[in-house]
Write a protein that binds this ligand. Structure first.
Ligand code: EPU
Length: 302
């Protein structure tokens, strides 16, 4: 979508929002798939209520983009604009055993910076790509760790109330790859309370997790991590593997040879290829195991 509305264009500077024209989401997502639209980069959290009100009033559909690492976007001219937080400097502030982190901060960098301050607990999250905001919304997890366990409070834009709020950790429910945030809430910042640990001990944990990940996941390839959530008590990757589907492809969208729950863009996969592959694999798993796999990847198809 190309913003032409004069009222909107004139308001952006006052709101401290930068307009970036014609951004291809294939360059903003780890899958390397997605069409073109205008991107609005927000430099001040406090502008968000006015910005969203304005876009709604002027009939401009919008979606909120985090790090793009768990996202599949349709191709072509997109019927919405994309909002993204600019990264402040600094984006992480340590106070005692608290880390105050902007939602735009990189998750891996957050884990290592906290480690340097002898704050641990998040070692398992080291290889999870994306921003802290994205990790928070999905309650990202790996190797027995999930980010929700460390949340003291969250600053967010509550779409339902149209205002910025601070929510205490105990008011938020964090479950396996699911939280009580509404789909249109925007994560803005989080305070994490972390256990004290010697740096060398944290580093050792980080090394072990990195090695496990390197051995079992296709890290050098374009993917969105695991495509499906694990069904309760089961493993989506193992089921897909058992069906002999590693290497199975639609166009350039392919089930990874290394981990069957990772679908990679092996060249110039379209969103349609990837969606067809997801549908095909889901159907086969349903037929063979009578299990309906739920997407972990977020799909923007309208
Ligand atoms: N397995 C296979 N074949 C495969 C893949 C896995 O047989 O192709 C088997 C493994 O041998 C193992 C079991 O399935 O016995 C589980 O596999 P793994 O340890 O790789 O974990 P996972 O359940 O597939 C989950 C998360 C990952 C996270 C890892 C490590 C989900 C959907 N996936 O994978 O998270 O990195 O554990 O903790 O919960 C993500 O969320 O995007 C993601 C990659």
């Amino acid at each position: 979508m190309h913003i032409e509305d004069r009222t909107v264009l004139e308001a952006l500077a006052k709101l401290d929002v930068e307009l970036v024209r014609g951004v291809s989401l294939s360059e903003q997502t780890s899958l390397g798939i997605g069409g073109v639209t205008d991107l609005l980069r927000i430099r001040r959290h406090e502008s968000i209520p006015d910005l969203v009100n304005l876009l709604d009033e002027r009939g401009i559909a919008h979606k909120f983009l985090g790090g793009g690492s768990n996202l599949l976007v349709i191709d072509g001219g997109l019927p919405f604009v994309v909002l993204q937080l600019a990264q402040p400097n600094p984006d992480i502030v340590i106070e005692g055993n608290l880390a105050k982190v902007d939602a735009a901060a990189d998750l891996g960098r957050t884990v290592t910076l906290c480690a340097k301050h002898h704050l641990g607990g998040m070692e398992g999250l080291i290889g999870v790509p994306g921003t802290v905001g994205g990790a928070l919304r999905m309650n990202a997890g790996a190797y027995g760790t999930q980010i929700g366990s460390f949340v003291r409070e969250v600053k967010l834009y509550r779409a339902a109330d149209r205002r910025i709020e601070i929510l205490k950790g105990e008011k938020i429910s964090f479950e396996y790859r699911h939280t009580s945030f509404a789909p249109d809430d925007m994560m803005l910042a989080v305070t994490l309370a972390l256990p004290s640990k010697p740096y060398t001990e944290i580093l050792q944990g980080i090394r072990i997790c990195n090695e496990k990940r390197r051995a079992s996941q296709p890290l050098g390839q374009k993917s969105a991590g695991c495509i499906f959530k694990n069904p309760s008590g089961g493993s989506a990757g193992r089921m897909i593997d058992e069906l002999g589907l590693k290497g199975h492809a639609v166009g350039d969208a392919r089930v990874s040879d290394r981990h069957a729950n990772f679908f990679v863009n092996a060249g110039h996969a379209s969103a349609a290829d990837m969606l067809a592959l997801i549908g095909d694999v889901r159907e086969r798993v349903q037929k063979h195991f009578a299990v309906n796999l739920e997407n972990e990847v977020v799909v923007w198809n309208a």
